[in-house]
Design a protein around this ligand. Structure first.
Ligand code: NAG
Ligand code: NAG
Ligand code: NAG
Ligand code: NAG
Ligand code: NAG
Ligand code: NAG
Ligand code: NAG
Ligand code: NAG
Ligand code: NAG
Ligand code: NAG
Length: 492
């Protein structure tokens, strides 16, 4: 299968050159961070450098004057707010990652561009050599999703909770759990300061791998005795088991609600790209930061696993998915292409993107073709995407709170509640700390973008200048962690 795909992609790359790129949606993972098992996680200097590098790469791909795939009409140096939408959940690691990325995307413009002349003739320079401010919208994707593995991506969807719990009774899970006792016992001397014997099993495959991964990157000898036991083979085995565990929680072909996070991402992507089309290219650049779990759900839903088995694995830090809107039609100030002349190319890059390690193009939905015409892309995405509160409530089988018919404006949100009565709580873990408890609902994310925006100071030193709720703030006032506590500023 490999051999048929590679030539296809080679021809794709050459033919993409003459096209005009009209817009892009990027979904990125955060950079290197501290371990989940020692919350709160925070973005490390390495992680900051990773997302900044990726942001700089995407600048040279889409934004700069001489960008290789410059987006038509996108401002090259001074950011124009209406052209760009950046979002991240209320999570310090993800928000800081987004800021680091944006610093690379639109770096300080220097004293000339970054200054203006007042009426009285005084010239004012913006601070720090032309810092640029880009508002970061807040996605309600599981507050502190990198702090609590078991809650990664807001476990709010009833049917997805049930589905995730079913993973832990699946034969695949139980078989692996039984077969890996010895392996995990062998890891114990390295992780027993964090994981008690009862927690040292496949049940915590991801958090155990995460601890080893973080320890193998950073100096953490106090948390990580007997490091010499961690051979490359052992590490690979721990990673592979974590991949299996996380993919199992992210996607199950016969139970699509498990991949609800990927469905929400799909809905967001189509909506944003559709806005670019219907707005004749007004908004052009979308960047969302989110957890790997949603990526894996999308890989399953979009059948990318049939193209490359790597898609069964957890993407590395700072990985990014991108969807480009492209056309061969004429684009100029008075003519924006019609829907029928627009197509979509999908790219993925595993880990930090840079000039020496660029995104690869992949055909979506098992079609073996790329680009896909916009209408085909939108309708295929539509088979699994979820957008809007009402559709979410129906798919999740939730009917109370924000899903009550009064909250939904009288709509019928009761469909699919039949199984909601069964136990969906993660109550059976008595005594296990949240950080290392089972990864119940790990993949479930409610990705509704609230109109809550943080004003962040961009480029240079990640310094928070001001933050406030805008008038668009909705009534879903979940007082997200990170807001009002100076989280964003405090972490820098
Ligand atoms: C011009 O206006 C600015 C802002 O009001 C003020 O800070 C500055 O002192 C003024 N300059 C002069 C020369 O009046
Ligand atoms: C959906 O239902 C589940 C299970 O009853 C509950 O835990 C969750 O809070 C609900 N979500 C919303 C948004 O009401
Ligand atoms: C996938 O879903 C099916 C049907 O609900 C179930 O039988 C199977 O055990 C699930 N597999 C996993 C790995 O969760
Ligand atoms: C961890 O394992 C090592 C090696 O087996 C042992 O010496 C140590 O006492 C264990 N520590 C704890 C806290 O169990
Ligand atoms: C981390 O390890 C390197 C190499 O062993 C050492 O030079 C450095 O001082 C260590 N840093 C800290 C903070 O322990
Ligand atoms: C795009 O937006 C238009 C206008 O809001 C809407 O009519 C159309 O259904 C949308 N298309 C898709 C694929 O979402
Ligand atoms: C990303 O790379 C890791 C190894 O670094 C691999 O295990 C994983 O499968 C890859 N994931 C994807 C989606 O390519
Ligand atoms: C543009 O034309 C080239 C050359 O015919 C083709 O390979 C490419 O797929 C076209 N792009 C779109 C978006 O149709
Ligand atoms: C824009 O492109 C259209 C279609 O090719 C052409 O007819 C028109 O003259 C162009 N307008 C400008 C301002 O270049
Ligand atoms: C995924 O794509 C492969 C290859 O095109 C196809 O055989 C398979 O049926 C597809 N699976 C799904 C779930 O669409």
């Amino acid at each position: 299968m490999h051999s048929t795909i590679l030539p296809l992609l080679t021809t794709l790359v050459s033919s993409a050159a003459a096209e005009t790129v009209l817009g892009v949606y990027i979904f990125s993972r955060h950079g290197d961070r501290t371990a989940k098992s020692t919350p709160p996680s925070s973005l490390t200097d390495l992680g900051y450098a990773e997302v900044f590098t990726s942001g700089s790469y995407y600048r040279n791909r889409y934004v700069a004057d001489d960008a290789s795939r410059q987006i038509y009409g996108l401002n090259t140096d001074v950011v124009k707010q209406s052209q760009i939408t950046a979002s991240a959940p209320a999570d310090a690691v993800l928000q800081n990652s987004a800021m680091g990325f944006l610093q690379g995307l639109y770096p300080p413009v220097g004293p000339t561009l970054g200054s203006s002349t007042l009426r009285n003739g005084t010239v004012v320079e913006s601070p720090l050599s032309g810092y640029q401010l880009i508002p970061l919208e807040q996605v309600t994707t599981g507050a502190n999703s990198e702090n609590s593995a078991w809650l990664q991506g807001a476990t709010n969807c009833a049917n997805a909770q049930i589905s995730s719990n079913n993973y832990f009774t699946s034969s695949q899970y139980l078989t692996t759990l039984a077969n890996t006792h010895d392996f995990y016992n062998g890891l114990s001397p390295m992780i027993n300061l964090t994981f008690a014997p009862g927690q040292t099993s496949f049940k915590n495959a991801y958090t155990i791998f995460d601890l080893l991964n973080v320890a193998s990157i950073h100096n953490s000898s106090t948390k990580f005795p007997n490091a010499d036991l961690l051979t490359p083979e052992t590490f690979f085995q721990a990673r592979t088991l974590a991949d299996q565990h996380e993919f199992g929680l992210a996607y199950n072909e016969s139970d699509p609600i498990r991949a609800v996070t990927g469905s929400i991402i799909a809905g967001e992507v189509v909506e944003a790209l559709n806005n670019t089309i219907t707005g004749n290219g007004k908004n052009k650049f979308n960047i969302q930061f989110g957890a790997y779990a949603g990526m894996m759900s999308f890989f399953g839903l979009a059948n990318l696993t049939s193209v490359d088995a790597d898609f069964y694995g957890v993407p590395d830090y700072a990985s990014s998915l991108s969807w480009e809107l492209v056309t061969n039609a004429t684009v100029n100030a008075s003519s924006f292409p019609s829907e029928d002349d627009i197509s979509v190319r999908f790219y993925f890059h595993n880990g930090t993107t840079s000039a020496s390690s660029e995104p690869r193009e992949f055909p979506l939905f098992g079609t073996g073709r790329s680009p896909l015409p916009w209408n085909e892309f939108a309708s295929k995405m539509g088979t699994f995407s979820i957008s809007g509160q009402k559709q979410w409530c129906t798919a999740c089988g939730n009917s109370t709170g924000v899903c009550s018919s009064s909250a939904l404006g009288g709509g019928d949100a009761s469909a699919g509640t039949s199984s909601a009565g069964s136990s969906s709580d993660n109550t059976g873990n008595g005594g296990i700390s949240k950080a290392v408890a089972g990864v119940i609902g790990a993949m479930v994310t409610l990705g509704v973008v609230l109109g809550i925006e943080l004003f962040i100071l961009l480029a240079g030193g990640l310094k928070l200048v001001s933050k406030k709720r805008l008038a668009r703030t909705t009534s879903i006032d979940s007082a997200p962690p990170g807001m009002g506590r100076g989280h964003v500023g405090a972490k820098v």
